[in-house]
Design a protein around this ligand. Structure first.
Ligand code: ADP
Ligand code: ZN
Ligand code: ZN
Length: 708
């Protein structure tokens, strides 16, 4: 094709280009007639034809460039809004990824495969939303605290609100009511409600559907999460994009839903680390919700019993010489129905007989509850039977041959499994190094805890009134829930009262509304007190508060039982200030103390961080890349305002025979950090061919990393 035939309109189109291409901007194509920005098109890319989003008109190309033509415009679909495109572009720039990658990841996968005709047929199939609201939505009268919060939400302009409410204070009711008021006031407005893990919260979905489907029709509430099939995701996406769905309920991926009339964004359990994507574009859906809300002039409601320290600091009230945070803080300290928060009981493990795993007092407290027909929940953050298998004679340990980690002993199928690369083998009969037959598990995981509990509670009988019989123990963790539907089934058993004692990892601590649990115990939480990750205490406090919140949620039943809710903690450091604050249920005191430490150490929220990660065949090559990368930005004016730390191996240095290293970069100025990262990107791309014979270095940038 010669230049003379290149007549038409030049448009920029966001397409998914391969990561190694280094292309981060939309590509230019030519079309015979103008196509609006936001339109979906099919364009040639290499040998293929792919889906793209028109990003706008393009400027002049350098002379001699031959442009390829847009192959088709997907008619019948309104263009993606300027707000959506701005969100994608902001996320791509902030998290240092290609615009096309973020744009395409934000669209349902099936859209990539459909031709214009197929799409037209799919659009015709969409059910119509019910036109007029029908009677039947009669919310319970709000409590005084709920009413006060709703009044503030109603009165305030658009903006960001942090709802700090105890577990069981009725935050979910506030979300429902706020959404209800919005939908009533504006017949087109849409709301986005995000939860950390939708598989763990089918109850929330049920509550929204029960409340809104009778009023606005069955299509008014749609879900978006990775557990859905591609056709389901396409249907939800279309419903939201066309304005037929009024409420989108989803996990972090829902932040990129196309919502042309978005007026309210709710982020439930806003502190939860799962809002941070851990691959590809490593975005924080919570932070993007705040950005998107501002862009759209929508209200943003962040809710938590234990807000992230970033959000807590961001919502501080004004004080002398400080204008205060940009968020408005709303509080609901009481539990609905005046149920008390659980009493916290600390067991000093220094005073227990040597090698005690479960203190006698705790076992006794659990036994009493079994005998009364109540439920208990035990948390241990380690799955499997034992983290290591070891030989007492020669010192052999169950190391993974491919990783710098031990393989975990799983007794159920007598396997040694690496939790990092998945490498699994049958447990050897004898020590592979010296032949000793007596190799033994060291330490313990949930499987072993379950086994020990069964022995300790063997003589305990359930109450005659409830059928009697021996104690029923269940375990919920990533192993027990591997098969589809297993988690839902196991949770249902707990709800139905078919389980007396539930053992599990933190998976069981989140959001479940178990009515009969009166005791929650953390078996061995000490590791987090002295972790090298500065966020570990924050995570532990929130985990303990949240799981404590599972106990005694039904106050009337509790009173009738003559029981009370307790949270047990076994620790070798019972004097730790974290536990003192927990005992008083005093999140604010804990947060103040942590913020002081963070300020003194110049850590977030008082500084901004990014990680540069490198993966290579050898640790030397990975670190050499990082060191060269650091030197490559010495000349930038921002370099002085951004601290670059030395390259270090990751805590688990080698996974699946890949050596991993990282470099922390930090600044008190987010702008300086962002500028440096933006200039860094192309230079890193140029550096990635490591030393001769070492192969290509794989690298990534993680902005606002959640684990250091
Ligand atoms: P949170 O999300 O803060 O943990 P929920 O919204 O789940 O709390 O409310 C806790 C319990 O209190 C739920 O069983 C809920 O149905 C009930 N509840 C919430 N608000 C009210 C209200 N205004 N009147 C009666 N019960 C309520
Ligand atoms: Zn041995
Ligand atoms: Zn491994």
């Amino acid at each position: 094709m010669n230049e003379a035939s290149q007549t038409g309109v030049r448009v920029r189109v966001a397409v998914q280009t391969p990561a190694h291409s280094g292309i981060s901007e939309p590509l230019t194509y030519i079309t015979p007639s103008p196509v609006p920005a936001g339109a979906l098109v099919r364009v040639p890319l290499g040998q293929r034809e792919v889906l793209g989003v028109v990003w706008g008109e393009a400027g002049e190309e350098p002379a001699g460039t031959t442009l390829r033509a847009v192959a088709a415009v997907l008619e019948g679909l309104p263009p993606l809004s300027a707000g959506w495109r701005d969100l994608v572009e902001f996320a791509a720039r902030y998290y240092q990824r290609a615009i096309g990658e973020v744009a395409l990841a934000g669209l349902p996968p099936q859209l990539r495969e459909l031709g214009a005709d197929q799409l037209a047929r799919r659009l015709a199939r969409q059910p119509k939303a019910a036109a007029a609201p029908v009677e039947g939505d009669a919310p319970r009268p709000p409590t005084a605290e709920q009413a006060a919060v709703l009044a503030e939400l109603r009165a305030g302009d658009a903006g960001v609100f942090l709802l700090h409410g105890s577990t069981g204070s009725g935050k979910t009711e506030v979300y429902l009511q706020a959404v209800a008021e919005l939908l009533e006031a504006d017949p087109e407005a849409q709301a986005l409600v995000m939860v950390p893990e939708i598989n763990l919260t089918p109850q929330l979905e049920a509550r929204f559907v029960a409340r809104f489907a009778p009023v606005y029709g069955p299509g008014a509430v749609v879900s978006m999460h990775s557990g859905m099939t591609n056709p389901q995701r396409l249907a939800s996406w279309l419903a939201a994009h066309l304005g037929r769905a009024r409420i989108v309920l989803g996990t972090r991926m829902a932040i990129f839903a196309s919502l042309p009339r978005l007026a309210l964004l709710v982020v439930d359990e806003e502190h939860d680390p799962s809002y941070k994507q851990q691959e590809g574009a490593r975005y924080s859906a919570r932070d993007l919700a705040v950005w998107r809300g501002r862009r759209e002039g929508a209200r943003v409601l962040l809710g938590s019993a234990t807000p992230s320290l970033e959000s807590w600091w961001g919502s501080r009230p004004p004080s002398d010489g400080d204008a205060g945070g940009r968020y408005r803080r709303l509080s609901m300290p009481s539990r609905v129905g005046a149920g008390d928060l659980p009493t916290v009981r600390l067991v000093d493990m220094n005073l227990q007989p040597p090698r005690t795993r479960l203190s006698a007092a705790l076992v006794d407290a659990i036994a009493q509850r079994v005998a009364r027909g109540e439920q208990s929940m035990l948390l241990l953050n380690r799955r499997g039977y034992a983290p290591v298998l070891a030989c007492g004679d020669c010192g052999w340990k169950s190391e993974c041959p491919h990783c710098s980690a031990y393989r975990v002993f799983h007794k159920i199928d007598r396997s040694l499994r690496c939790h990092h690369c998945g490498f699994a083998e049958r447990v050897p009969r004898a020590c592979p190094a010296c032949g000793n037959l007596d190799i033994a598990p060291v330490g313990r995981g949930t499987e072993r805890l379950e086994e020990e509990l069964a022995e300790l509670l063997a003589g305990v009988q359930r109450p005659e009134g409830e059928g009697g019989g021996p104690v029923r123990i269940a375990r919920i963790d990533a192993d027990s829930t591997r098969h589809e539907g297993a988690l839902a089934q196991q949770l249902a058993q707990v709800h139905d009262g078919a389980v007396d004692v539930l053992v599990g990892t933190q998976m069981i601590a989140k959001g479940h509304d178990f009515r009969r649990i009166t005791l929650v115990a953390a078996i061995n939480p000490d590791g987090a007190l002295f972790s090298s990750d500065f966020r570990a205490p924050e995570r532990l406090f929130s985990l303990l508060m949240q799981s404590g919140g599972r106990a005694g949620r039904d106050s009337a039943w509790l009173a009738a039982q003559g029981s009370r809710a307790e949270m047990w903690i076994q620790s070798f450091h019972p004097q730790h200030p974290l536990f003192a604050a927990l005992r008083r249920h005093d999140y604010a005191a804990f947060a103040e103390q942590q913020l002081e430490e963070r300020r003194a150490a110049s850590l977030p929220p008082f500084a901004f961080q990014a990680l540069l990660r490198a993966d290579a065949r050898t640790q030397e090559a990975a670190q050499a890349f990082l060191t060269a990368a650091s030197a490559a930005v010495d000349d930038l004016p921002e370099a002085a305002a951004v601290q670059r730390y030395p390259a270090v191996p990751l805590a688990i240095q080698r996974v699946a025979n890949v050596e991993r290293a990282q470099m922390l970069v930090e600044s008190e100025s987010r702008v300086a950090l962002q500028r440096l990262l933006t200039h860094w990107h192309p230079r890193l791309h140029a550096l990635r061919r490591g030393p001769e014979g070492q192969g290509i270095i794989r690298w990534l940038i993680d902005v606002d990393p959640q684990a250091i």
